[in-house]
Design a protein around this ligand. Structure first.
Ligand SMILES: NC(=O)c1ccc[n+]([C@@H]2O[C@H](COP(=O)([O-])OP(=O)(O)OC[C@H]3O[C@@H](n4cnc5c(N)ncnc54)[C@H](OP(=O)(O)O)[C@@H]3O)[C@@H](O)[C@H]2O)c1
Length: 274
């Protein structure tokens, strides 16, 4: 694990390498891997005056840009794409030497496909596309396609499976998912997210108006473990978390080896049998 030793990131190639390595995904392979990227203040607020940019720092920007440089595709919720005025992705110069292919497309997830989103995508050009849910009204899809917007339509079925199937059909492996909090809640609940790259902005917002990291329906605890963490002298904490299916919310861990379908032996984080 990358530790909390501070690194000065600006133009130091060694520090940039540390950051790049800290963002290396835990598992590689032919399957789709979805990594969420979020920014929150210490109290967990994700926006100031309706946008995340108010919380940003230069180091957070490096993390965000690196995750885009690592992606085959960028997924984002319709709420975020509209609020934040999403345009086509670009590869930041600082990371351009680490990527051969052009910038990944941005795919906006929607169910209702409102006029506002269609107009937004027309202005943005083909670098911003749409993934419509299976039940999105066909006339909405036709309206978007008529004005030249690329619309991918998910298959019928459970949302998580349909989205994974779409991503597989598109031939992508590394997916960077940029929120927002509503979709992140849905994705975590549906076990769609493999990792969370979370930048903690160096401030607390008292009386925050913005949403927290996740907005959700029913209470659900998602076990996570930290895979990389470091701070920077200007403040802020940069972390990479892995959704830990093997760990239970109480901290105990399922140990492999017991027969299929059984609970397994419980061990605490230090590895002591319980
Ligand atoms: N700090 C950060 O890191 C960060 C990151 C992202 C966003 N934000 C902030 O969060 C706010 C927007 O986030 P949000 O949570 O309101 O919106 P969101 O999660 O970005 O988008 C929600 C929309 O996604 C679409 N959608 C498609 N499939 C869905 C599904 N299965 N379940 C739920 N929604 C689905 C729906 O769009 P339709 O209505 O089109 O059907 C829904 O209204 C903005 O203020 C933005 O600045 C902060």
């Amino acid at each position: 694990m990358h530790t909390t030793e501070p690194v000065v990131l600006d133009h130091d190639p060694a520090a940039l390498e540390v950051l790049w390595q800290a963002l290396e995904p835990e598992s590689h392979g032919p399957t789709v891997s979805i990594r969420a990227v979020m920014l929150a203040s210490v109290d967990g607020t994700t926006t100031v005056d309706g946008r995340s940019g108010g919380l940003g720092t230069p180091t957070d920007r490096l993390v965000y840009d690196a995750m885009r440089a690592r992606a085959d595709v960028i997924l984002v919720g319709s709420g975020t794409a509209l609020e934040e005025g999403y345009g086509p992705a670009r590869i930041a110069e600082v990371w351009s030497g680490r990527r051969d292919s052009p910038a990944p497309p941005v795919i906006v997830l929607t169910r209702s496909l409102p006029d506002r989103l269609i107009e937004h995508c027309v202005k943005a050009g083909d670098g911003v596309q749409i993934a419509a849910a299976a039940h999105t009204p066909p006339e909405r899809i036709a309206a978007a396609r008529e004005v030249g917007v690329t619309v991918h339509v998910m298959r019928n079925g459970e949302y998580a499976e349909s989205l994974r199937a779409l991503l597989t059909d598109l031939g992508v492996g590394a997916v960077t998912f940029e929120g927002g909090p509503r979709l992140l809640g849905e994705f975590l609940t549906a076990r769609l997210v493999d990792e969370l790259v979370l930048s903690v902005a160096p401030e607390i917002i008292v009386g925050a108006r913005g949403p927290g990291l996740v907005i959700g329906g029913e209470e659900k605890r998602i076990p996570m473990r930290v895979a990389a963490a470091f701070s920077c002298p200007r403040g802020g904490l940069y972390t990479r978390w892995v959704v830990d299916d093997e760990r239970r919310p109480d901290g105990s861990r399922k140990v492999n080896g017991a027969g299929k379908g059984t609970e397994g032996i419980l061990a605490d984080e230090a590895g002591t049998n319980g």
